[in-house]
Design a protein around this ligand. Structure first.
Ligand SMILES: [Zn+2]
Length: 250
């Protein structure tokens, strides 16, 4: 049995995602996997909590840094075991600068795409100054934070994809705990989806965070048919979802 309990809703025009805490019944509270989709306006930020471990994926724009930091503190986070920058666009890594300044971080996973923005340069400089282990995401990797939590890197491939387009080379993760799985698409679009499908992954996921803020160039029907999420959402900001109201697929 899956309990779905909405925490927050990501704000992004009409389209985006849910914010969800999922726990498998009959496990101790410390073993619940909770996924928060933090409201950072036009941007992305997700916090995953499992068995005392904290993972932050993206941090919204730079002016959202304080909001992300408050959210982390409000949810008992004093340290991040893993920080993921899905790609170097400002609406994903901007807020991570404050977080890197103020929270100890165990390791950073980055898309490895070169980008010359001041924000990305500052991001890399901070990681360097603080001697944080830095890894480039590559399809096929798994990240070992807890033996019960499976974190798979589905994208990008080892050679840059689609003419070095930053969105299309986003880090795509599948996070699985027991029978509950989250597919986190970052800003990946159709080309990336085709490549992920061709690689033959088991894409079936309980919850899918749709790609590129719900843009029309993401979440193709063939891809969605493979993921078959039990929970997918196209919500307005501020809407909430519970097990009673969540959409049911036919
Ligand atoms: Zn974006």
């Amino acid at each position: 049995m899956i309990k779905v309990n909405l925490k927050r809703v990501l704000q992004a025009a009409l389209l985006s995602i849910l914010i969800i805490a999922v726990s498998a019944a009959a496990v101790s509270a410390s073993e619940n996997l909770t996924v928060h989709f933090i409201d950072v306006g036009q941007g992305d930020s997700e916090l995953l909590q499992f068995a005392g471990k904290n993972i932050l994926i993206d941090g919204g724009t730079q002016d959202m840094g304080p909001r992300v930091e408050s959210y982390l503190r409000d949810h008992g986070v004093s340290r991040l075991d893993l920080l993921v920058a899905t790609h170097p666009h400002e609406d994903h890594i901007g807020g991570l600068l404050a977080v890197l300044n103020d929270f100890p971080v165990g390791q950073v996973l980055d898309s490895g795409q070169p980008h010359t923005s001041q924000t990305y340069e500052n991001f890399l400089t901070l990681i360097d100054q603080k001697n944080i282990p830095f890894a480039v995401a590559e399809r096929g990797q798994t990240i070992d934070l807890d033996p019960k939590l499976k974190i798979e890197v589905l994208f990008p491939p080892s050679t840059p994809f689609a003419g070095n387009d930053l969105n299309q080379n986003s880090v795509v993760l599948k996070v699985t705990y027991n029978k509950v799985s989250f597919l986190l698409m970052a800003d990946a679009g159709f080309e990336a989806e085709d490549s992920i499908m061709a690689a033959g992954y088991d894409l079936k996921s309980t919850v899918m965070k749709i790609g590129h803020h719900g843009s029309s160039s993401s979440t193709g029907s063939a891809f969605l048919a493979k993921v078959r999420p039990e929970v997918e959402g196209l919500l307005k900001s501020g809407q909430e979802m519970t097990t009673a109201t969540r959409p049911r697929r036919p």
